[in-house]
Design a protein around this ligand. Sequence first.
Ligand SMILES: [Zn+2]
Length: 322
Amino acid sequence: MRIESDFLRCPVCKGSLNEMEDGWRCASCGIDYPLCEGFPDLVPPSISDLKKSERSHYTDLIDFYLRGHEMWKGSPFYNHVHNEFLDDLRRLPAGSLILEVGCGLGSDGLKLLRSGYRLVETEIAPGSLREARRLHHDDGFGDSCAHLLADAENLPFAENTFDGALIVATLHHMPEPVCCLREIRRVLKPGGIFVIGTELNSWQFRTIFPVGKRFIQLVYRILGKGSYKAETVSEADDLTEGFSAKDLQAMFEAAGFSRLELKPAGYLAALVYFLAVLISGYIGRDLRLFPLESAALKVDALLERIKILAPYPWHWNALAYA
Ligand SMILES: [Zn+2]
């Protein structure tokens, strides 16, 4: 899909962009945005060290994430949770224009393209965006999608551009998540659908995660392996403390969204899934517990009805309107 200058804006000053031979130039502030590996690179020239670190992490470790995705894509839990938030976007008529912020390897985007939507994928990491573009083009969707490098807190689009937007497991990578939500609301048309997928809840960061980290450190010391350092955890993943329901409600309100609907994304099935991913990482081969996950999903359907458990899913999906 061709990217029209009309719907692009300078991510820094929101001025119009003029298309040049090798990129774009802001008509207001004069900043040049070059092409990077054939992608419009509309990331502001000066971004924080954390964003630079995320940009290189999700480029340098791309093979690790591709291997992980090979394992996850067959997971009943993964597919169940992802289909739930994608179905919220599927309320939009076919042909609607959807923005994905932080598209990663592009697997959710592919499902939306297969459902007949037009899609704009953004990423801060060229390595991830390259894989997303390959996935979509290999499946024959080159004409209905576009891929851009962008900073989620400074989106390079005109206001009222998109019918829908999604952000999956990405909000906790932002230094200022409310900025990102405001930007998404700005570029959505009034009444546009916004979906959050699998965003981390906060309770586990105050309870089992610190205990688990200490336990792993202890095992490493006993085994004489020295101090454990997870090379495959990005800096933002290491810093995050997740979001409680209250956190998300306050953030969405501050960003001007209406009618936020939070949905639990995994209790027991999530636990089975994450233990499998964690243990697979340690033993160096894939431990697929898919039948157990399917059984746990049936238990989750019951757990979701228990009021006292409502604040404690592992993740949140959410639906809101601009
Ligand atoms: Zn500008």
